[in-house]
Write a protein that binds this ligand. Sequence first.
Ligand SMILES: Cc1cc2nc3c(=O)[nH]c(=O)nc-3n(C[C@H](O)[C@H](O)[C@H](O)COP(=O)(O)OP(=O)(O)OC[C@H]3O[C@@H](n4cnc5c(N)ncnc54)[C@H](O)[C@@H]3O)c2cc1C
Length: 354
Amino acid sequence: MAKFHTLKVADLKRPTEESVAVTFNIPDELREEFSFIQGQHLTLKKDIKGEDTRRSYSICSCPIDETITVAIKKLEGGAFSTYANDQLAIDDEIEVMAPHGKFHVPLDPASSRSYVAFASGSGITPILSIIETTLRTEPESEFILFYGNRRTSTIIFQEELEGLKNKYMGRFSLYHILSKERQESDLFNGRIDKEKIRSYARLFFNTESVDHYFTCGPEEMMLAVQDELRLLDVPDERIHLELFTSPVGKLGSQEKEIKHEKALAEITVILDGNSMTFPYNSDKSILDVAFDNGADLPYACKGGVCSTCVCRVEEGEVEMDVNYALEPDELERGLVLSCQSYPKTEKVKLSFDV
Ligand SMILES: Cc1cc2nc3c(=O)[nH]c(=O)nc-3n(C[C@H](O)[C@H](O)[C@H](O)COP(=O)(O)OP(=O)(O)OC[C@H]3O[C@@H](n4cnc5c(N)ncnc54)[C@H](O)[C@@H]3O)c2cc1C
């Protein structure tokens, strides 16, 4: 799981002026490792201006087609997104880790289910894959998407979404909400906020008959979706969120800025069956100290969000600062995020072969 593979860029498209869709060439010997589930993401790695730069990008293509495409939105001053939008070319090579992530529900061709998604900006990437895969796999199911953007020209995948709407007429409904371009109905002007979500729930879907909700985009929108759906008695198991950045608000309700005391411990890490032991005499995370000691462990966001650095505690105990990625049952199985972990015992053994 931890390994990066060198993949060639097979195709580049520009869904909007500020984004680039990158399709990778997957060699036959990596096809199995790079098979994916809708909603999963890749960790990409590139040396940018002398810095090992790693970022996660959700796969926007549909697993049934066996192509892997990610869409990267350019952020002003953003290291990886600027490189990808301004410099990346066809045939360039990037280090890519096998797909991972849990932003999906199992599909069943025999089910007739109802799904609703709220996306905004680049948050459409995993949602597009989820919608297309669901509509193709479950012929009786329906999907409604509320998609927020600034204006028509900044809508990523507008054509693809229109295509799905035409192909799955009656099963896929699409509503664009624009904040900087006026539309006829005020229902669709502005941002997706609590008031709008309440109105949409009254007018376009019945919360009791929706099986699953997906949301991805700015934290403020995701919070509004979560809060409103909870107020409408939707159980948390039906609300699926994908964060792109470490939250600054109350999502996940872990806002503490923690300062760690320096501690002493002996750490062993296991990766691909090989173990390495080193002393810990620090106030930094185990991941950072492992890196200082030459261990090439998997990581990307370092903010407790992307779960690339997940490992299992095999001996001893650790304490985590924040966790926006692991579910309670995974914590029970001893999984932790090494970027957020600090030793609580004198000896700690972590396996990255999970
Ligand atoms: C699971 C997951 C899936 C994701 N999927 C996608 C996806 O499908 N598409 C997508 O586009 N993104 C996605 N992301 C976000 C992505 O991983 C990156 O965080 C994003 O592209 C920004 O990376 P960057 O290197 O360009 O910006 P960074 O260099 O990390 O900068 C982040 C922010 O800081 C600001 N900043 C940086 N340097 C400066 C500076 N010198 N002065 C002022 N401001 C500065 C930037 O403007 C930017 O807003 C995903 C994240 C996760 C965790």
